[in-house]
Design a protein around this ligand. Structure first.
Ligand SMILES: Nc1ncnc2c1ncn2[C@@H]1O[C@H](COP(=O)(O)OP(=O)(O)OP(=O)(O)O)[C@@H](O)[C@H]1O
Ligand SMILES: [Mg+2]
Length: 278
């Protein structure tokens, strides 16, 4: 076990975990690194012995499977249209790491027939609760209902940005909308593609200035992921687990209280309430 892993492992043992924790990885702007962070979080947590499910919640344009180099025959879209059983869409990456691809046929849950969406969500709930330590949702870019719902329900609403001003503005906009519409007041921020810690901290300070002034949201800075010019080559090779990248991810995990108590209202009930207003 590397030093990074040991730190997270020891911290995690302090707070014993019972039940499933939900992580939402979201941004406002596209292309900031949500998918690569989701798969690396999944890999790092599973290497720590946690059982992890990654759900590709980018229902328009799924691409988790491309990064992992896996081509699932069936996905959420097939399940949704009755063309696959739930067992058929669950993909085993290794002993502790599983994922579900969304396919490209469902657009927005909030706009689809309520009964069908409810049955899909209840199946996901049955699958995850109690069986996985962590469920990670990789969300699509943009601020739409599904993303707001997943972020507002998560135990760890993890907002990702880069130092680019447009990405920072969109990260703030997402936090503001979820705070105002859902009353969520605790968020975690990660800044990707930075040259160093200092650059990320400045981005955090600029977002905090706005959230302190115009919202009731508290934003907790989880750290940075450095820009690595070789990463694109690894993604082309469908092996996105760069040792330096996972080092940054372990750093982020070491700042998360992974043994956190689950919210009083379950992730799934909050999600359904948010999507269908009850
Ligand atoms: N730390 C990094 N260093 C270098 N390149 C990076 C880094 N993080 C992400 N990238 C690159 O940025 C691009 C977008 O990454 P990714 O697909 O994970 O973003 P995304 O937020 O999921 O995008 P989308 O919003 O389209 O879903 C990829 O080409 C990836 O190689
Ligand atoms: Mg993505």
């Amino acid at each position: 076990m590397s030093l990074d892993q040991q730190v997270v492992h020891l911290r995690h043992r302090e707070g014993s975990q019972e039940g499933t924790r939900y992580i939402a990885v979201a941004s406002g702007k596209g292309g900031v690194g949500k998918t690569i962070l989701s798969v690396n979080l999944g890999r790092c947590l599973s290497d720590l012995g946690k059982k992890v499910l990654i759900v590709d919640a980018d229902l328009g344009l799924s691409n988790v499977h491309l990064m992992l180099g896996l081509t699932p025959r069936k996905n959420l879209t097939h399940f949704f249209f009755g063309e696959a059983t739930f067992e058929e869409i669950l993909v085993k990456v290794d002993e502790n790491l599983y994922f579900i691809s969304s396919g490209n046929g469902i657009l927005e849950l909030a706009k689809l027939p309520r009964d069908q969406v409810l049955s899909l969500i209840r199946r996901l709930q049955e699958l995850s609760e109690g069986s996985y330590d962590f469920v990670i949702f990789d969300t699509p870019p943009g601020i739409h209902e599904d993303t707001i719902a997943v972020v507002s329900a998560a135990d760890f609403p993890l907002i990702l940005t880069t130092p680019e001003p447009t990405a920072v503005a969109d990260a703030y906009a997402l936090i503001k909308v979820v705070n105002k519409e859902c009353g969520l007041d605790s968020f975690h921020l990660v800044v990707n593609k930075v040259e160093g810690e200092e650059e990320g901290r400045k981005v955090y300070e600029s977002i905090k200035l706005l959230t302190d002034r115009f919202t009731t949201a508290k934003v907790d800075f989880l750290g940075v992921i450095k820009y690595r010019k070789n990463l694109i080559r690894r993604i082309i090779d469908q092996d996105p687990f760069d040792r330096n990248f996972t080092g940054d991810v372990y750093n982020i995990l070491s700042k998360m209280d992974l043994g956190i108590k689950p919210k009083r209202r379950s992730f799934w009930d909050t999600l359904i309430g948010r999507l269908f207003g009850r």
